[in-house]
Ligand binder design. Structure first.
Ligand SMILES: Cc1ncc(COP(=O)(O)O)c(C=O)c1O
Ligand SMILES: N[C@@H](CCOP(=O)(O)O)C(=O)O
Length: 479
């Protein structure tokens, strides 16, 4: 298996080189050069595998010769041993035709842990085996940052810098990032939105000389390893519900921001998993819903919502979907992305739009509907949804069709978003490890939302000219 750029301008790379490259050197995104195809017999043989055994089977299709089976097994087992649930990602039934796939049993209580525990271990493995220097630069709307820091915490020789929008992440998300005292962690709170943070890191990654000099590596879903690790739980959940579904078709409803999680579902379907519909759920930042329903992909004004991790306008994995939508033609992707850069929009019409609508159903969930869904399930079924999951559940309910079963992805634990939950007068007890964060000192540095301001902090941190607390941020008092 080799990895090629959606824009066609990089030499095919093996799995480890693709992981180290992160963003493709031509500014595109890496994708597998061929999609593994699974026979019904293979699917049947995988049905009863444990999560970790299934992860080894799925990931081995993508790692090629770069990892031996024993190495992959070791990485996978180590990654999921940190989860609090023996099934890793259990499925719960919360309605007659509705299940949730609980993806929040990892160390930071969000679905990001599924891929970032693996990627953290993989980076440590690569560093030990090849001597590569691992300097991670990532952007977060709250969950990826905490999860990535946790994924590399205490790992020899790895430094990590995370950019997040100042004042726009939840209190628990901020605490998870800023209370880590490790000398290898730098948190930069930027005066802007998550889109600014993502734009800045893409700009810095696109500077090939800087990227090379400072050994920059990606942990966002621009890194193909993130997506591949997320493919596994679609298989796992499908096997859990399809028996009980008794011939009914199985859909997945996915709360969406950067288009990474649902793109993993799209890949699972392309590999032969018989997913019927992929339901895309956005909050009021609804660019992706508008694209599916009208064919126009154009950012609108940023809205702060009750599901802040999905407050995203420009979805970084959208380019991967465009690649497949347009028949794996890099020249089409180059043209569309150049058009997006110049006119700020991408359009689909005719047969192409029909294909989009065959691939996805899409719903945008407004703030009130999100809170009503939390309220309804809490009082009706004694199940507390986090606001992102609530968007997925609300979309599943809006798109419900007789004879179909839907699995909504539960992407975070409600304790991470207590500010939203409390708006419906619901009181929750925090898990101990979250409660403990409120007692810890915090460190962060606030910077302007420009690539230049960020570079000025990165150079001493990654370049080693200034270490210690100076480089890692100032102490801040709890708000
Ligand atoms: C809790 C939560 N749910 C859903 C999403 C959306 O996932 P994606 O960005 O992969 O579409 C995110 C982050 O974007 C998130 O943090
Ligand atoms: N919701 C994400 C946004 C970044 O997405 P990623 O999947 O590309 O890392 C977050 O919590 O940071």
């Amino acid at each position: 298996m080799r990895y090629i750029s959606t824009r066609g301008g990089t030499a095919p790379a093996g799995f480890i080189d693709a992981v180290l490259m992160g963003l493709a050197d031509d500014g595109g995104l890496l994708v597998p050069d061929a999609m593994p195809q699974l026979s019904p017999e293979t699917l049947e043989a995988w049905r009863t595998l444990s999560y970790t055994d299934l992860a080894v089977e799925v990931l081995s299709l993508f790692t090629g010769d770069d990892l031996t089976r024993e190495e992959l097994q070791g990485l996978v087992r180590g990654s999921y041993a940190t989860f609090r649930h023996p099934e890793v990602t259990p499925v719960q039934k919360i309605g007659d035709n509705l299940h949730v796939l609980e993806l929040f049993h990892g160390p930071t209580f969000a679905f990001k842990d599924v891929a970032l525990q693996f990627l953290g271990n993989l980076y440590a493995h690569i560093a030990a085996k090849t001597g590569s220097i691992i300097h991670i630069l990532g952007a977060t709307s709250g969950d990826t940052g905490a999860s990535a820091i946790e994924g590399v915490r205490g790992k020899e020789g790895i430094h990590i810098c995370i950019l997040y929008p100042h004042g726009k992440v939840s209190r628990v998300q901020e605490l998870q990032m800023t209370t880590i005292q490790g000398e290898n962690v730098l948190n930069l709170a930027i005066r802007g939105t998550f889109d600014d943070a993502q734009r800045i890191i893409k700009e810095i990654f696109a500077d090939a000389a800087f990227k090379r000099e400072y050994h920059l590596r990606a942990i966002n879903s621009i890194n193909i390893a993130r997506i591949l690790a997320q493919v596994v739980y679609y298989f796992y959940a499908y096997f859990r519900v399809s028996g009980e579904a008794d011939g009914r078709r199985v859909n997945f409803s996915v709360p969406t921001g950067n288009f990474g999680d649902i793109f993993a579902g799209y890949l699972a379907k392309q590999m032969g998993l018989p997913i019927h519909r992929l339901i895309l759920a956005t909050n009021e930042n609804d660019i992706l819903t508008r694209f599916v329903n009208t064919g126009l992909y154009r950012p609108a004004a940023f809205r702060s919502t009750h599901s802040p991790s999905m407050d995203i306008q420009v979805a970084s994995n959208f380019e991967r979907y465009l690649y497949y939508l347009h028949g794996e033609k890099p020249e089409m992707v180059r043209e569309l992305m150049a058009g997006f850069g110049a006119q700020g929009e991408v359009r689909a019409s005719g047969e192409v739009l029909a294909q989009v609508q065959a691939d996805f159903s899409a719903y945008s969930i407004e703030n009130e509907a999100c809170l009503n869904t939390i309220h309804g399930h809490y009082h009706g079924r004694a199940y507390l949804l986090d606001p992102h999951t609530a968007c997925g559940v609300a979309a599943a309910e809006l798109g419900a069709v007789e004879g179909e079963v839907t699995v909504a992805l539960a992407t975070a634990h409600p304790a991470k978003f207590d500010e939203s939950i409390r708006l419906r007068e619901i009181t929750q007890t925090f898990p101990e490890s979250i409660q403990a964060l409120f007692e810890l000192p915090q460190r962060q540095t606030v910077v302007e939302a420009t690539a230049e301001a960020v570079r000025q902090k990165l150079v001493p941190f990654f370049g080693g000219e200034a270490g210690g607390t100076e480089a890692q941020g100032k102490a801040i008092t709890s708000a």
